[in-house]
Design a protein around this ligand. Structure first.
Ligand code: ADP
Ligand code: MG
Length: 444
């Protein structure tokens, strides 16, 4: 990542400033979990200049490369050495920025305030807030699951931040299962398993992220099972996240799986269109970007195109914003389409009107030629409307063009079909399911 970031910086600074300020810095480490990049230099003066004048450029270059908000911390190399010693002593990862250290291991952006609530996540949000307000009392353990990029880590951080804000002395620990595993393996190698166990058994609230990582890892499951039980017996709050429901974690020991069933299981679903728009609006607001008509249009465009993953949704938005800063161009639909070309095309490449017609006809057991015919019986009209709707939704074809593909119908007929199906999706869950299944099949 760092080399790509440097390249962008090089393109956007004069060669003198690049050589003076950026040549002498090195990357110390990147924490992809909480999205912090640690840079180092031996010259305090350089560090100061970078912090004062170039931090924004560095951070926006990270955004351009990764599509995500990285925070950049720049320190003197000696400071890192000190941190290393401290880590060795305490056997705990130490965050390098004191401000962040106070916040422990949480990403300060991942708060409840910044979490947009919609139908897809209101249950998980409410459960998380309840746990943050009354740990060990509301729901214990709380199990949150949902696909990648739907807000699990955000909610877990929000719980942690909320707890610490209201009680500084609470021992709140957030780990991913991967960190948990690595730490245990390291402790094993150094004969420090006792310290490891003590550390985990001392916490008041354990937030353990991405538990699916333990699937098929028997030793780790055993270890986690013990940790879990001892905390649970002491009535300590446990929050677990996973990309699947507990009963779908097939490679997890039965006893662990059934433990997870004990209390509340809350799911995160892909956000609906309104929520996706609201999330991007909030993001723009937080970044102090003025939301004019053009930007609003762009937000709607992104929300329309990226449906299943909020991380990707934000990534697309970030990319547009940082490119617009770098290239000093105003954000509008044309600009956005140019930047997002790869994403938008990829999301639609596999859907063609032919494919849609074929799959829809097969599904309703009619002939493709029926779709193009003038027949108006309901058994044919409805599938035809569905196919028109899907063409509109999944391809870039215009209404008149779609009309042509269905036996030369007028574009208002297509429009009417789209409106009708849209309404049915809203009012009728089985239609909604049919459409979803068809879409899935078409995009495969
Ligand atoms: P997961 O851990 O489920 O893979 P994350 O919690 O990392 O997903 O979320 C991915 C990105 O989407 C994060 O930047 C997060 O802030 C953002 N995000 C997810 N859900 C919401 C929401 N409801 N409101 C605002 N931002 C959200
Ligand atoms: Mg996560």
């Amino acid at each position: 990542i760092w080399n790509q970031v440097l390249k962008i910086i090089e393109e956007n600074t004069t060669s003198i400033s690049y050589n003076t300020w950026f040549k002498p810095i090195k990357i110390n480490s990147i924490d992809n979990n909480v999205k912090i990049a640690y840079l180092e230099s031996e010259e305090d003066f350089i560090i100061k200049v970078l912090k004062d004048r170039y931090l924004q450029l560095i951070e926006s270059s990270f955004k351009t490369v990764t599509g995500e908000d990285y925070r950049v911390v720049i320190k003197n190399s000696e400071d890192y050495e000190q941190v290393k010693e401290e880590e060795a002593e305490t056997n705990q990862p130490v965050l390098m920025d004191p401000k962040l250290r106070k916040q422990k291991i949480f990403n300060p952006r991942y708060t409840f305030d910044n979490f947009v609530v919609g139908n897809s996540n209101k249950y998980a949000h409410a459960a998380s807030l309840a746990v943050a307000e009354s740990p060990s009392e509301a729901y214990n353990p709380l199990f949150i699951y949902g696909g990648s990029g739907l807000g699990k880590t955000h909610l877990m951080n929000a719980i942690g931040i909320y707890l610490l804000e209201n009680n500084e002395n609470l021992n709140v620990l957030y780990v991913s299962s991967e960190m948990f595993t690595n730490e245990f393996i390291k402790a094993l190698g150094e004969n420090k398993t006792r310290e490891f166990k003590n550390k985990y058994r001392k916490v008041d609230v354990l937030l353990i992220d991405d538990i699916q990582f333990l699937e098929g890892k028997d030793t780790m499951q055993e270890e986690f099972f013990h940790t879990f039980n001892s905390l649970y017996d002491l009535n300590k709050q446990i929050v677990i996240s996973s990309d699947r429901a507990p009963n779908k974690l097939v490679k997890l020991e039965e006893r662990l799986r059934s433990r997870f069933m004990w209390n509340l299981i809350a799911d995160l679903q892909p956000a609906d269109y309104e929520t996706r728009v609201a999330i991007l609006m909030k993001k723009a607001e937080n970044a102090n970007i003025e939301i004019d008509d053009d930007l609003y249009e762009v937000i709607c465009l992104i929300a329309e195109k990226i449906k299943d993953n909020i991380r990707e949704l934000e990534g697309a938005f970030n990319r547009i914003v940082s490119f617009s800063t770098l290239m000093d161009e105003k954000i509008d639909k044309v600009f956005a389409k140019r930047i997002l070309k790869d994403i938008i095309q990829n999301s639609g490449t596999s859907a063609t009107p032919e494919k849609i017609k074929t799959i829809v006809s097969r599904y309703f057991n009619i002939k493709v030629s029926d779709m193009e015919s003038s027949k108006r019986t309901n058994s044919i009209a409805f599938p035809r409307q569905v196919a028109m709707f899907l063409c509109r939704d999944m391809t870039d074809y215009s209404l008149p063009k779609i009309g042509n593909l269905f036996g030369g119908r007028h574009y208002t007929t297509v429009m009417h079909a789209c409106e009708k199906i849209q309404a049915e999706i809203h009012n009728n869950d089985s239609v909604k399911e049919v459409i979803e299944n068809l879409k899935k099949e078409i995009s495969e």
